[in-house]
Design a binder for this molecule. Structure first.
Ligand SMILES: NC(=O)c1ccc[n+]([C@@H]2O[C@H](COP(=O)([O-])OP(=O)(O)OC[C@H]3O[C@@H](n4cnc5c(N)ncnc54)[C@H](O)[C@@H]3O)[C@@H](O)[C@H]2O)c1
Length: 370
């Protein structure tokens, strides 16, 4: 057991130790600034990256150990909480290894898996080891969202329209504003006439961007067996317009609209809306990478609006506050079933979206030939 990790109540002089797997832009621009504000409860003790220079220089910023091996980090007794910030294809195996290493809590950046099979493996290990896992879908930890949830009453039962609208500059602009990034892969121009390019852009958009808000959407559509994609379009250079229907046809149908555009557009917007006949919720989140207070939620009912927020911190810091509570056992972890269902929902939308896009592409080419 860690010498630092004896019973450490929230806010005690003995912070919990944090180890981070993957020290790229998200670690540098999102997690380290959040952790810097929580030094009384959390301390970064180990940074691991397969790129030794990145591991060393990022660790030096926070006075932590560094390594290029996951086993070295997981074997470090000073690490109580593990954050997985590597590229998505490594997430499932690293979450499983962190649970098996007997750590106190795990944060996995989204998406925490890419297939139902991976999700089932994680679920089994989580049940077996009892290690709490949370997924870095930061909006679910945002105090503005949580205040809305406490006040939205019967909106989830009566909602008919759910919208997630995201307009953001390309990631690199926010990263540059937020930090000095050490690594960035060179980009290339995709061939948009190739349906495989469109399919992978749509899948990437859903599993990489829409996935932030799909757990929010699912609060309003817990049953999603009857999911149907009505329309799916790729938006250049990176974005999507997807309309879905969820629920039995007729009464009880829910229309879900997912929109995103990542381009040079000003001004950034990240809004979530849920609308019924007599009530409406709108939550305006801060853009990714920005840490400037929480989302602002407005609930309108019978023409009267109430606004919640902004509160002091947003979901990025909220995740870490929750992790500290989970590691100390002062809060119940989210059920693995919720995380699995959130992922299954995202995969179902991604699969149906690429099918619809492929069918539309085939139809338009058949039409052009006839
Ligand atoms: N929550 C958010 O707002 C948000 C925003 C963007 C991305 N993300 C997620 O965060 C994660 C990291 O994103 P990023 O932009 O920093 O990624 P990135 O790919 O740019 O950087 C990841 C880092 O991981 C390192 N790495 C590669 N293989 C590794 C391995 N096997 N083990 C450990 N490290 C390894 C790389 O050297 C790199 O430094 C991704 O899963 C991404 O989906 C979250």
């Amino acid at each position: 057991m860690s010498s630092h990790s004896q019973a450490t109540p929230l806010g005690s002089p003995k912070p919990l130790g944090v180890g981070i797997l993957g020290a790229g832009p998200v670690t540098q621009a999102i997690h380290l600034p959040s952790l810097a504000r929580l030094r009384n409860i959390l301390e970064v003790r180990h940074i691991m990256d397969v790129d030794a220079a990145v591991a060393e220089s990022v660790a030096a910023r926070v006075g932590a150990n560094h390594s290029t091996s996951m086993d070295a980090l997981l074997g470090d007794p000073d690490v109580d909480i593990v954050a997985i910030c590597s590229p998505h294809q490594f997430h499932a195996d690293q979450v499983i290894a962190a649970c098996r290493a007997g750590k106190k809590a795990v944060l996995c950046e989204k998406p925490f898996a890419m297939s139902g099979e991976e999700a089932a493996r994680i679920s089994a290990v989580s049940a077996e080891t009892g290690v709490p896992i949370i997924v870095g879908a930061m909006h679910t930890f945002d105090p503005g969202w949580l205040a809305a949830e406490a006040n939205w009453g019967d909106l989830p039962e009566n909602v008919h329209t759910i919208r997630s609208s995201i307009v953001l500059p390309p990631n690199a602009r926010f990263e540059d504003f937020a930090t000095e990034i050490i690594t960035r892969p060179a980009g290339s121009t995709p061939d948009y006439s190739d349906i495989e390019v469109i399919k992978s852009a749509l899948r990437g958009g859903i599993m990489g961007l829409a996935i932030h808000d799909l757990p929010l959407v699912r609060r309003f559509t817990p049953d999603f067996e009857d999911l149907e994609v009505l329309q799916a379009r790729h938006v250049r250079p990176f974005g999507y317009v997807i309309s879905l229907r969820c629920g039995k046809h007729g009464a009880g149908d829910r229309i879900i609209e997912l929109r995103a555009a990542m381009n040079a557009t000003w001004k950034p917007e990240w809004a979530f809306e849920a609308i019924s006949d007599d009530a409406a919720l709108r939550v305006d989140f801060t853009p990714s990478y920005v840490q400037a207070g929480s989302a602002v939620a407005t609930i309108t009912r019978n023409a009267t609006s109430t606004t919640y927020g902004p509160f002091e911190h947003n979901g990025y810091e909220g995740e870490w506050r929750e992790l500290a509570q989970l590691a100390l056992g002062t809060k119940q972890p989210p059920s693995a079933e919720t995380l699995i269902n959130d992922l299954t929902f995202a995969i179902a939308i991604a699969d149906a979206t690429v099918d619809v896009a492929a069918a539309e592409h085939a139809n338009s080419h058949a039409g052009a030939r006839s």
